[in-house]
Design a protein. Structure first.
Length: 587
């Protein structure tokens, strides 16, 4: 990059333009409770603090009442909604309606304990209507009800709250007597009248509306993401019928009413502006869902750049959820975001989620991350589940546990730096998805090449800066977004400077130069001190710590040959990690 190009970069006016410098790449995942080479000095193996003591729940005092718990941030414990609901959905040989622990699964006590240790009190628990009530207007299935009761009982022991979520999208599947074919009906169809929906929720409220189990019920989630209901009035009529049926037997438990058209917060005012469910108990909570990819579907099929293109950058979540928040505020309604979630393939999603949760918190609206639960495959990019062994928290939990969950979070859990991945992507230079012999996320420029060598019997890639013109200022410019909550950072890297002949001044050497920028890409003072790299025939591990100044949104990192006469600078394994420490020093 020329000096004129560098100035242009520094003076550009949008976060989106800065974000384009750092492309999407997979984030590293730790597989051990031991610190990796170069790990921060205050590394805390989360295996030591993940499981709470048996007496922890007894001593916990919930932060807020159950009625106010809609303002907390919890987790979806998916699993009971998994698996084909009828033979035509997948393998025709699937046993209908499936077996708990095989086709689907309810969460276990050990999972509740993990989330308890992360301060979570509120959980959305999805299930399928067809399994809970195999025949419309018939009794609840005893086996399925028993499995749900076990979760409710374990939650009650821990003073947790469950939002019972009928995860059916405004539909019900009816299996033919031959056991081979299934018909799907919409709420309001002759085969699925509103009265059948009301009957189901009346039975559920009769079972959970009183007694000890009711202490663990946050609310009745009438229906997950109703959509394409045929008539605009279908869903409001169904929700009102279910509400009236519940109130006939349970006057107190909150009722959560999702919005039509997939419950999208971004489209709430277009679709659900007039949603108004009458409740004599005045205990309705309206539920929206919101994801941050290009179509708000939560599939996150493409890279960050492609998903966020033309959107609101790091404020995407705030802007997407704003219509729902404003609707709640204007109409004096209680709100809850029942699903939100991000992938782990780019640290900028973590910033978007952090901004999103801070905005909801400021407006007294809580939510539930999608998703935890026992059925996610290993490596799922959105899953929040802990493996129960030595793995640290998922990156998304590193953000979520900072926001009120209903229970306190132990200091060592909250501050464990492994909870957040390196903010600097592809710092080992190993990812080259476009096969152009240059590491993804780093710009290509003259004098900087991707090199290979063998270390420990394996091929290792690194970047080399080689001075070809005496007195030239050769540097690699790389800017990294900084999530707002991080006030101390540590840059860790390996370096090897060889045959560097200084320029006219003593500071004309191999060095790392740093700048902080604000959200508009203007420089934020003071600049961190540069770090000189002395000559060495071998790789040396280096680190430098920073106190992040107020207003800083990016850290610019520039490995450089600063006007030297000749020489090379090799760099590898760059990691930028948040710290709990408050001191700054270089090593």
């Amino acid at each position: 990059m020329s000096k004129s190009q560098l100035c242009a970069v520094l003076n550009a006016a949008s976060v989106a333009a800065m974000a384009s410098i750092v492309l999407a790449a997979p984030l590293p995942r730790a597989n051990t409770s031991k610190p990796a080479a170069g790990a921060p000095k205050n590394f805390v193996p989360l295996a030591k603090v993940a499981a709470p003591s048996k007496n922890l729940a007894k001593n916990l005092v919930p932060d807020v009442s159950a009625r106010a718990a809609s303002r907390l941030f919890g987790v979806n414990l998916a699993g009971a909604d998994f698996g084909p609901i009828a033979p035509s959905q997948g393998n025709p040989n699937t046993v209908y309606p499936g077996t708990n622990g095989t086709e689907y699964a309810f969460p276990k006590a050990s999972e509740l304990d993990y989330y308890l240790s992360r301060g979570r009190r509120v959980f959305r628990l999805p299930f399928r209507w067809e399994r809970m009530q195999p025949k419309l207007n018939g009794p609840l299935d005893a086996d399925h009800l028993r499995a749900l009761d076990e979760v409710v009982d374990e939650a009650a022991k821990r003073k947790m709250l469950l939002l019972l979520d009928c995860h059916n999208y405004g539909r019900y599947n009816v299996l033919a007597p031959d056991g081979k074919t299934v018909s799907e009906y919409l709420l309001g169809a002759p085969q699925l009248p509103f009265s059948a929906f009301a009957d189901f929720w009346k039975r559920m409220a009769q079972h959970y509306g009183t007694g000890a189990r009711n202490t663990a019920i946050l609310g009745y989630g009438l229906m997950n993401e109703p959509h394409d209901m045929g008539l605009a009035t279908a869903w409001p009529q169904a929700a009102q019928a279910a509400t009236d049926a519940i109130r006939a037997v349970d006057k107190t438990t909150a009722i959560y009413v999702a919005g039509d058209s997939w419950s999208g917060a971004h489209s709430w005012r277009d679709v659900n502006e007039n949603l108004d469910i009458k409740d004599a108990s005045n205990n309705i909570v309206y539920e929206a869902h919101q994801y941050f990819d290009s179509d708000s579907s939560g599939t996150y099929r493409a890279s960050y750049e492609d998903e966020a293109k033309g959107d609101f950058g790091l404020q995407t979540g705030v802007n997407r959820v704003r219509p729902f928040v404003q609707w709640c505020r204007e109409k004096n309604r209680r709100g809850f975001v029942g699903e939100f979630g991000i992938p782990d393939n780019d640290a900028r999603w973590l910033v978007i989620m952090d901004n999103f949760l801070a905005y909801l918190q400021a407006n007294n609206i809580g939510g539930a991350y999608w998703a935890g639960g026992p059925r996610w495959p290993p490596g799922d990019h959105m899953a929040l589940e802990w493996d129960g062994k030595a793995n640290p928290d998922r990156p998304q939990m590193g953000v979520l546990k900072r926001f009120p969950g209903g229970f306190p979070v132990a200091r060592e859990v909250l501050n464990a730096v492994v909870a957040v991945p390196s903010l600097l992507l592809n710092g080992d230079f190993e990812t080259d998805n476009d096969k152009d012999d240059h590491p993804d996320t780093f710009e290509r420029q003259d004098g900087i090449t991707l090199e290979k060598e063998t270390l420990g019997g394996k091929e290792n890639r690194f970047l080399r800066l080689k001075q070809s013109e005496a007195g030239e200022f050769l540097r690699l410019y790389h800017a990294v977004p900084i999530p707002a909550q991080h006030k101390q950072l540590e840059l860790q890297f390996r370096a090897r400077a060889t045959d560097v002949k200084h320029g006219r001044e003593t500071y004309h050497d191999a060095r790392f130069i740093f700048h902080f920028l604000d959200a508009n890409r203007a420089q934020v003072n003071p600049d961190p001190a540069p770090l000189s790299i002395p000559d060495s025939e071998k790789w040396t591990q280096r680190s430098v710590r920073f106190n992040v100044p107020d207003g800083a949104a990016f850290l610019v990192i520039m490995p450089s040959l600063y006007e030297v006469q000749s020489g090379t600078l090799d760099i590898d394994d760059l990691r930028l990690v948040p710290l709990a420490a408050t001191t700054s020093n270089a090593k």
